[in-house]
Ligand binder design. Structure first.
Ligand SMILES: Cc1cc2nc3c(=O)[nH]c(=O)nc-3n(C[C@H](O)[C@H](O)[C@H](O)COP(=O)(O)O)c2cc1C
Length: 151
């Protein structure tokens, strides 16, 4: 059952975000795709975070995060923020703000959220964010992930 479920998931074309929180010195960046809009009034969003991911611990300390929607040229950042390099090393490439929460200044879009709720569910937590600010470049060229590859 799990393998078949995975096979179906691999056929999906997914948008790719780097979720960021914290500020220089104690900041965190993780590649995510499990992002879904929840409501427009008020503007809310859901993201599912593995309890073992560094972001999970960071979110418990921080009240805000940013979902940085990547564009098609930012595959290297997606790899960096889902790979073995951890913590501050993930900020060694890319254009990052000095704000809290830290965000990728040249992403296609930035969705700034305050944490409304975190619901633990088995291996993951459902993080419910209330959107308080947005930046949109106007581009329509998102990075896509399908079957383990970026396009
Ligand atoms: C395209 C892509 C999408 C991902 N989506 C998620 C996700 O939605 N939630 C999650 O917890 N991990 C997701 N991951 C896995 C994390 O990026 C990866 O496990 C990361 O290493 C966790 O951060 P850490 O190493 O700092 O703990 C995704 C990875 C990739 C490559």
């Amino acid at each position: 059952m799990q393998e078949e479920f995975l096979q179906i998931l691999r056929t999906l074309k997914q948008n790719v975000y780097i979720m960021t929180s914290g500020v220089k010195g104690d900041r965190c960046a993780v590649t995510v795709s499990s992002v879904t809009s929840l409501s427009l009034e008020p503007p809310m969003i859901i993201v599912c975070i593995n309890k073992n991911a560094s972001m999970h611990e960071n979110l418990e300390k921080n009240k805000k995060f940013c979902l940085n929607l990547l564009n098609s040229t930012q595959k290297d950042l997606a790899n960096l923020c889902s790979g073995e390099d951890e913590g501050e090393k993930r900020f060694s490439r890319g254009e990052w703000s000095q704000t809290e929460p830290v965000y990728l200044t040249n992403a296609q879009s930035n969705i700034f959220c305050s944490i409304d709720e975190i619901y633990p569910f088995n291996s993951h937590s459902l993080v419910i964010g209330k959107i308080y600010d947005l930046k949109h470049s106007g581009e329509k060229d998102p990075l896509i992930y399908q079957d383990g590859e970026y396009e």
